[in-house]
Each structure stands twice: as structure tokens, then as C-alpha cells.
Design a protein around this ligand. Structure first.
Ligand code: VGL
Ligand code: ZN
Length: 202
């Protein structure tokens, strides 16, 4: 068992990011056995859930003429326009049925504001609007977070970078993540994670 100061944060292990889903990450479901075993080692387990209204501004379908995976400019910076995914209340937004969700004490839903996307478990893509996770972890005395889930180069990386910026020690278990890898996003994420002092573990 890890010390009580350590939390496991499992990012977006949802049907839409697994094979057959609307924004499927290659082999996304392959991480689930590893994650399910890992849960036993942590007294603090947090799950995140990408949770978008159908009108969400990150969906290409809500930008007439825009192709999925193209990039648009938002008031807070560039934003990839995704296929419609993880719509609130749909089966695609549900956790993968093989994921052990019972041990988790906290579920953070993110991306529910139509006008701003939220990759990170800590802040929305404006880098200012908090999800509340920081307060939860601090009031539980957490100083170190271990992250795994989907997708390595988006929601996992953004969460790890914010964790490090907030002063948490952060480890990403690379074997327990899978990437989208869009236009070099995985290489960029790896560089940023290294620069931020995030430990890339296995
Ligand atoms: C994610 C793209 C859009 C992720 C979520 O979980 O990495 N990526 N929404
Ligand atoms: Zn999303």
C-alpha cells in the first residue's frame, strides 16, 4: 500500500475513448487490467469523466464546415475540434464496464461548460477555471499524484502538467496510458512533461 499522501488519478477511462467509441484511442481498453490492479495500492483514488453537453464548442459538428481533428481559435487559444464524444448521460460517456469504479472516492466531471474545453483534471483549457480537484487533494493531505488513463497526450498530460505546476509531485505511468498522437502531440507532451519535472514511470 502506498502512503496516505499519494493519490491515483485515473483519467477518462470511458467507452468513447476505447475501441468502438466515438473518439477511440488505439488499444485504449488494454490498460484496464493494469489500472484495476493498481487501484489496490492507493487509499485515495480519483476518477475523471469527460462530460460534454451536445452543444459543446469542442465538437466539430458545432462548427459548420469544420472537419473533425482540425484546429480552431478560441478566446483561450487554439482548440482541436473533436468528433462528438462523451455527451452527458450517454453510453459513450460511461466508464468502460471493465473498469473497477467502486473503490474510487471521487469522480471529477469536466468539460461541461459549452464554451470551454477541459482536458486537465485541475483546470479547464482557459488554464484558470478550476475543477475543484486541487482542493479535494489538498484537504486530504495528498502531496503526490500518480496518473494513468486516456489519452496520454491530451487529458493525462494536461493533468500531470497542472499537478506539477500546483506543486504536487507527479508521476505518469506510461504503460497504463494510450495516446491519440495527433500532429506530433505525443512528442510535444513528452517534452513538456520532462521539462515540468513529471516522472514518466512504467
Ligand atoms: C480527451 C480529447 C477530447 C482526453 C478528451 O480524454 O484525452 N481528448 N476530450
Ligand atoms: Zn472531450
Amino acid at each position: 500500500m502506498r502512503p496516505a499522501t499519494e493519490a491515483l488519478i485515473l483519467i477518462d477511462v470511458q467507452n468513447d475513448f476505447c475501441p468502438g467509441g466515438a473518439l477511440a484511442v488505439a488499444d485504449g481498453d488494454a490498460i484496464i487490467p493494469r489500472i484495476n490492479a493498481l487501484i489496490n495500492d492507493f487509499a485515495c483514488v480519483v476518477l475523471t469523466q469527460d462530460w460534454h453537453p451536445a452543444s459543446h464548442s469542442s465538437f466539430a459538428a458545432n462548427h459548420p464546415g469544420a472537419a473533425p481533428f482540425s484546429v480552431t481559435q478560441m478566446p483561450y487559444g487554439p482548440q482541436v475540434l473533436w468528433p462528438t464524444h462523451c455527451v452527458i448521460g450517454t453510453d459513450g460517456a460511461a466508464f468502460h464496464p471493465a473498469l473497477r469504479t467502486d473503490p474510487a472516492q471521487m469522480v471529477i466531471r469536466k468539460g461541461f461548460r459549452p464554451e470551454v474545453d477541459s482536458y486537465s483534471a485541475f483546470f479547464e483549457n482557459d488554464h484558470r477555471t478550476p475543477t475543484g480537484l486541487e482542493g479535494y487533494l489538498r484537504t486530504r493531505g495528498i502531496t503526490h499524484v500518480t496518473l494513468a488513463g486516456l489519452a496520454t497526450d491530451y487529458c493525462v498530460a494536461y493533468s500531470a502538467l497542472d499537478a506539477a505546476a500546483l506543486g504536487f509531485q507527479a508521476t505518469v505511468l506510461m504503460d497504463a496510458c494510450r495516446a491519440i498522437d495527433l500532429n506530433g502531440s505525443m512528442a510535444e507532451a513528452t517534452t513538456k512533461l520532462h521539462a515540468a519535472g513529471v516522472t514518466l514511470g512504467h
